[in-house]
Design a protein around this ligand. Sequence first.
Ligand code: PEP
Ligand code: MG
Length: 541
Amino acid sequence: MAELRLEGRSAAPGMALGELVRLRRATAARTASDDPAQEARALRAAMAAALADLAALLAGADAEGGAILEFQVAMLEDDLLAAPALGAIAAGRSAHEAWSEALEAEAAGYESADDEYFRARAADLRDIRDRVLAHLCGTAGAVQLPAGAIVAGEDLAPSDFLSIDWSRGGALALMGGSPTSHVAMLARSRGVPAVVGLGPMLAELSGEALVDAFRGVVVVRPGAETRRAFEQTAQRRREADNRAAAAARTPAATADGTAVRVLLNIADPAELDGLDPALCDGIGLVRTELLFHAGRGLPDEDTQYLTYRRIVEWAAGRPVTVRTLDAGGDKPIDGLTLDAETNPFLGVRGLRLCFQRPAVFMTQLRALARAAVHGELKVMLPMVTLPRELAQARALLGEAVASLGSAGVAARMPALGIMVEVPACAVAADLFDADFYSIGSNDLAQYVAAAGRDVPALADLADPVQPAMLRLIAGVVAAARMRGVEVSLCGDAGGEPAAISWLLHAGLRSLSMAPPLVGRAKLAIAACDLRRPLEGPPWRP
Ligand code: PEP
Ligand code: MG
């Protein structure tokens, strides 16, 4: 039969060739009892068994997988989740029907949300639904797959992803799904190639499949010519990976010998485990939102202090820039961010929210001032719009240092800088009394182009190196030079090879990026010659 090519979206880069395997949790007919009390007991027992499964998976999970599983544990432990199902059981419905319907209604609610982040959480709810159902129907068990399988499905539950042994290779090919889902995040951090949005036709197909998750393409039953081309591309990718791994260990410089500082973006100290600090010139962005997630409640001062201190100690004298809480927008936090904002990206997010939650903000500032004693910790404020916001935050940080000092607790006033990610701040950067600037190109690009960062169809407009962005970036660099302070860029563009020469030509000499991108970024820096003007219009074709 002829080969078939399906196009989707890349959710985690990489290439794989293997047998297409549809993953379905086995379901079995279940005979319900006539007694509502017995059905309610069966549901509670199945929920307890599902919780025990999750606890076992948690024991072997890393920080990222753990955070996702803890989210599911918190949902399952929340009495509100089972309430509608228990109500339906009391009215005579069987446990499996009641649970299935209640969880599907909840998942559908998430799926109809405007925000892609919330839509992606529907997969977590269906994961919980199916795990409990498997226990109710007596079909629970580990997921068994042949080595190197291309796992196909509508979407994949995060806990199913975590129960697959990916050390034997393989890839994910999903008919639906989203690059911002938990399963996509897991695939990226474990190096499992993943393509999402392949469409319903995949359900009908079987046999061998090629996955090119760099391009977002899956070819089922590939012919000889396609296989040959695939092998050649895979070989080129392997060679590029080896070159990047070697480049990652050397200091970054352009072809004309200009030094460029390469910093890391992290969201969890566990990302630094096993990494050599010599890879980088410091940490340019610690996103602190993850600390405030996973159903654990808000982290107290000591918990935060120990986390920041661990990162500063890892950096061994290199600077570490910690961003204060940037909740809201695409990073909602239960119980902290405002519900029902009509446009959360233009709402009370970042520093604006911190000013409305002074106790939460003060706890973080105190923890940061204490951790600053252990190395070169700098504090960075997100979503700054007007100079007076920086002055207000500086006064609060000063108060935190003073009150710690008078209580005899070791603390230090760290450097205080700003993310430049709101156009009002970028245009008037010279008016801000910041100790340093870091350009947040993800948000700046969406606000400059009026094109949401969560709207894939507008990705071309929210281009971080379109002409207006490059003018703004050059302006911020000039403001920083005039004021004699450092400027860096910590949006995703900093780790994107295609954007790097534009950023360097705009004047930047410091870029911050996710750790796996360092090697390829250093190669792109080395390929850039600042003596030669860039050819072509300042945007990508
Ligand atoms: C940015 O906006 O570019 C940025 C680095 O912050 P975040 O992506 O966390 O909003
Ligand atoms: Mg931002």
